[in-house]
Write a protein that binds this ligand. Structure first.
Ligand SMILES: Cc1cc2nc3c(=O)[nH]c(=O)nc-3n(C[C@H](O)[C@H](O)[C@H](O)COP(=O)(O)O)c2cc1C
Length: 205
């Protein structure tokens, strides 16, 4: 199987958020609008993600639609670290709607959703949810998964459904903060294009 073909499938970029004892959430690209009347959407979450366990319990989540203006550090925090270990909302501008947090800055809008079905898809769960409220907050350009890869040179971590293992003859260096992989030589003034970390955070793969 040539998994490269999967890179031609198009997606958007989102932060799914929820609340139990604390606010939590993660980056996803796997959102699909399924129906229009009484709109229903689906999202796919790895069973090992903290966000999955909370949404299973509370049956409620928000989706913040990320724009191209979003700070890459927010993607790095929500996409490569776990709410098991940190409070992802500690330094983020957010507001609470219907009991769940949504990002305030650099999003195009948000959806508030209630889970109506959960389908087991082996490593992941597919959450089917009814959209109970929405707001289009501004006209910023929504970020696509392709933009994240091509312009920000971003990667997907192992727990993302679209993760692709990289094989290369060249030296590869991994950022220990956000997981970004740089191939080839690292100049002294190198900074991670995703989270801004300096050379000391890059370890040989
Ligand atoms: C670009 C990108 C796309 C991602 N898409 C998904 C996704 O669709 N589903 C998923 O479960 N994880 C996805 N992830 C991975 C989660 O965001 C990541 O595992 C996160 O650290 C989980 O945090 P949590 O443990 O606090 O829930 C994606 C990450 C990135 C950077």
């Amino acid at each position: 199987m040539d998994k490269k073909v999967f890179t031609d499938i198009s997606y958007g970029m989102y932060i799914v958020s929820c609340k139990d004892e604390k606010n939590c959430g993660c980056v996803i690209n796997t959102l699909i609008q399924l129906t229009n009347e009484n709109p229903i959407i689906s999202i796919c979450l790895n069973k090992k993600n903290y966000t999955n366990s909370i949404i299973k319990k509370t049956k409620k989540f928000a989706v913040s639609i990320l724009s191209e203006n979003i700070d890459p550090n927010i993607i790095s925090k929500f996409g490569f670290q776990s709410s098991n270990d940190i409070d992802k909302f500690d330094d983020i501008f957010y507001e609470e709607k219907e009991g769940v947090p949504i990002l305030k800055d650099s999003i195009c809008g948000y959806l508030i959703c209630e889970v109506i079905n959960i389908i087991d898809v082996e490593s992941h769960d597919l959450f089917i949810a009814r959209v109970i409220d929405t707001e289009k907050t501004n006209d910023l350009k929504p970020m696509t998964y392709n933009y994240y890869h091509e312009v920000l040179k971003g990667k997907a971590p192992k727990k993302a459904p679209t993760y692709i293992e990289e094989k290369s003859e060249e030296d590869s260096w991994v950022c220990d903060i956000c997981g970004y992989v740089h191939k080839g030589n690292l100049p002294d003034d190198f900074k991670c294009p995703i989270c801004g970390a300096d050379l000391s955070h890059f370890k040989k793969k």
